[in-house]
Ligand binder design. Structure first.
Ligand code: ADP
Ligand code: MG
Length: 385
């Protein structure tokens, strides 16, 4: 998807009102009825039709006809637009450049502030892969009728933001977090290569112990990265120092499966170093000896506790975690089974074609808009500027 920041300034205030109304209506409606959009936006019915038509032409909303009524849903593009507009209104972001990454569950763009300083914009894309498992395991959603890509993507961004803030404040080597809006995070751009792309380092042993020390440092502060692998460790081009990214799956050391997550992080590094650099060490951190006898983090500060106090609710943490578990157990090829040999980033998982099993009673009117996931958007919380 192409992001167009110049467009951000060219939406009329009435169009913006209508777009926001669609977002708000999505809270309770998979497909937001046109009459409701008119009601929320407080504009005359006739006026709304024209405005919504122009939003649909720009793929910010898409028309859906279902058995009961006609209406619209917000597209990824529309949600991106709202988030980027919020960032640009706050002056944290000024222009959008090239896309540099397509992760399994995110898109990464280079953006810049008003001075032209480069940053990274990460747009979370949960729900792009498959909602099948979620549908089966819907109990955790409680009152919410459906898992929505908007809601899940926003939770992921909020969680990642909360962790990045505390980690950065405590001098962990991570990109400086700049701002967050809806499903987006704005952060410092790191001039680096992912470890995955590095075929040689001057001292594998030194890098290995730096990374293991980092795992231990996380754990002393009460945290486990949860996806500590060669894709999420960047190596600075100039200094060779590692920088860690990608935090939506971080867990506390007091999580019931903490030891399992911890061991997996450690194993990822050991396996990678063995295969890539033929480096093996008998020394590696063990969960039990890293924590105190009663399994408590031993550092001077507890970042897991700080995150819990930061406003990102435990309930949201649990919802997100269960979503991630469900997606994983849905069993698509993931990094663990990633075979050595291909140097390419495994960025092939962005297909949307397996989301088609949703919504049998709805029909996407605008066939050209392949951006809109065919998953229910029943639960988006809107976040007004
Ligand atoms: P995902 O959750 O999709 O894996 P990541 O946060 O790991 O997303 O980012 C995906 C890729 O984007 C990374 O492997 C890296 O190449 C690039 N990237 C992400 N953040 C930054 C950053 N702050 N600076 C430079 N490159 C980045
Ligand atoms: Mg990643």
């Amino acid at each position: 998807m192409k992001l167009d920041a110049t467009d951000l300034r060219y939406i009329t205030s009435d169009e913006f009102r209508v777009l926001t109304a669609v977002e708000m209506g999505s809270k309770n409606h998979e497909v937001v009825p046109t009459v409701l959009i008119a009601q929320i936006s407080g504009l005359r019915n006739g006026g709304v039709n024209k405005l919504i038509g122009s939003l649909a032409k720009r793929n910010l909303v898409s028309r859906v006809q279902n058995a009961k009524y006609d209406g619209y849903r917000l597209t990824y593009g529309g949600y991106d637009f709202l988030a980027m507009r919020a960032l640009s209104k706050r002056d944290t972001m000024h222009s959008v450049g090239n896309q540099i990454g397509v992760g399994k569950e995110s898109d990464i763009y280079i953006v810049a502030d008003a001075e032209g300083k480069e940053m990274v914009l990460k747009l979370h894309r949960l729900g792009r892969i498959s909602f099948r498992a979620i549908k089966e395991k819907r109990d955790y959603l409680g009152k919410r009728k459906s898992a929505s890509w908007m809601y899940m993507s926003r939770l992921a961004a909020q969680k990642e933001w909360a962790f990045m803030k505390v980690l950065h404040e405590h001098n962990f080597p991570i990109p400086r977090p700049v701002d967050q809006a809806r499903h987006c995070i704005l952060m410092e751009f790191i001039d680096a290569y992912p470890l995955r792309q590095i075929s040689e380092v001057s001292s594998p042993g030194k890098l290995y112990s730096t990374l293991m020390d980092l795992i231990v440092r996380f754990a002393h502060a009460g945290l486990i990265h949860g996806d500590f692998n060669e894709f999420n460790i960047l190596i600075r081009r100039e200094t060779g120092e590692p920088v860690v990214i990608d935090f939506p799956q971080m867990v506390s050391t007091s999580h019931p499966n903490a030891e399992w997550y911890f061991n997996r992080d450690v194993e990822c590094i050991r396996t990678f170093f063995r295969r890539r650099f033929h480096y093996e060490s008998a020394l590696y951190p063990r969960f039990k000896s890293t924590l105190s006898e009663d399994g408590v983090a031993t550092g001077d500060f507890r970042l897991d506790v700080m995150v819990a106090a930061s406003g990102f609710k435990q309930k949201d943490m649990r919802i997100l975690e269960e979503y991630m578990e469900a997606v994983k157990s849905d069993g698509e090829g993931n990094e663990e089974e990633d075979s050595e040999g291909s140097e390419e980033d495994d960025s092939d998982a962005d297909s949307t074609n397996d989301s088609g099993e949703e919504n049998d009673e709805t029909r996407q009117e605008d066939e050209g808009n392949d951006e809109a996931p065919e998953t229910p958007i029943g639960a988006a919380d809107s976040e007004n500027e």
